[in-house]
Design a protein around this ligand. Structure first.
Ligand code: GLU
Length: 293
């Protein structure tokens, strides 16, 4: 139920590593319907910090696809690549408070350790930039009640160790950028794929260190192919077909367990989305970890 004192603000935050495939559109649709069914806003952010993974033309393809499928976002699109100064300001603040440190361990040195042992913990930041920046983690237990997956608890120091906020190649890490931007955009509801569930405690840890509010999290199932692999660029998932968007939306509503009535099969995108917003039932997705396309 929507609370007029706390309007829902959801978001979709794809990385432009390729055009949207059925799996990414599934997540987009779930977050859109969840926000809209609560009269919430739905924002779009392009997570384009990892320049080595960005694919030329992918951002335009993503925007066109969302538009074609009637998933119209509010406000202007936010591009992480245009927010670098913000991340660096926060890193400077963390450095001032001695909460981060430079790590010059090579990939080879790290290869044998699953969890970083804190070897560089006492190093101080110098003008040399050939190092990664790690957060000093402590052994607090982070517990989060995920709206779909239930309670998850992680001991950050023990399970992850001091994790990286800025990579050796200068790229700001996903974990860090995501929580800064979610806060700047006042996102209070995050609906995304269950493959990111284990990343969430690290993000909450950072929110706590920075004194940021924690949004509600709902991790929806991911779509797997006939071989049991997540649909992704790595498994050669193809771009969604833009020629008959209503057919794809109808299929996705079925995969989201919303049971659209068969007479809607030939309805327009707008009619389908209106029906889905009105009948959206997130409960149908509870405890399902994966869905086969
Ligand atoms: N940009 C991330 C991805 O495409 C998702 C970010 C998020 O939803 O937190 O995997």
């Amino acid at each position: 139920m929507s609370n007029p004192d706390k309007p829902i603000i959801g978001r979709f935050a794809p990385s432009p590593t390729g055009p949207l495939h059925l799996g990414s559109l599934y997540t987009a649709l779930a977050s859109f319907l969840h926000a809209r069914s609560q009269q919430g806003k739905w924002l779009l952010r392009i997570d384009d910090l990892d320049t080595q993974r960005n694919v030329k033309g992918a951002t335009d393809a993503i925007l066109t696809t969302l538009d074609t499928f009637g998933l119209h976002w509010d406000d202007s699109v936010v591009y992480q690549s245009r927010c670098l100064a913000v991340y660096h300001d926060v890193l400077n603040e963390l450095a001032k408070n001695q909460l981060i440190y430079p790590c010059s361990c090579s990939r080879k040195m790290l290869a044998s350790t699953a969890i970083y042992d804190g070897l560089c913990r006492n190093q101080s930041i110098t003008a040399d930039s050939l190092y990664a920046l790690r957060i000093k983690t402590d052994s607090r237990l982070i517990s989060v009640e995920d709206g779909l997956q239930g309670l998850i608890s992680h001991n950050i120091a023990k399970q992850y160790g001091d994790f990286i906020l800025k990579r050796r190649d200068g790229i700001v890490a996903y974990q860090f950028a995501v929580i800064i931007d979610d806060d700047r955009q006042h996102i209070n509801q995050i609906v995304r794929g269950v493959d990111l569930l284990t990343e969430t405690p690290k993000q909450i840890y950072l929110q706590q260190v920075l004194g940021l509010p924690c949004p509600d999290y709902l991790h929806v199932p991911i779509i797997i192919d006939q071989h049991g692999y997540k649909l992704s660029k790595q498994t050669q998932a193809t771009a969604v077909n833009l020629t008959r968007p209503q057919g794809v939306i109808f299929e996705l509503l079925g995969l989201l367990k919303q049971n659209p009535p068969s007479e809607l099969q030939y309805a327009s995108v707008t009619e389908l989305l209106d029906w889905a917003i009105e009948h959206w039932n997130i409960e149908c997705l509870k405890n399902i970890k994966q869905v086969t396309a």
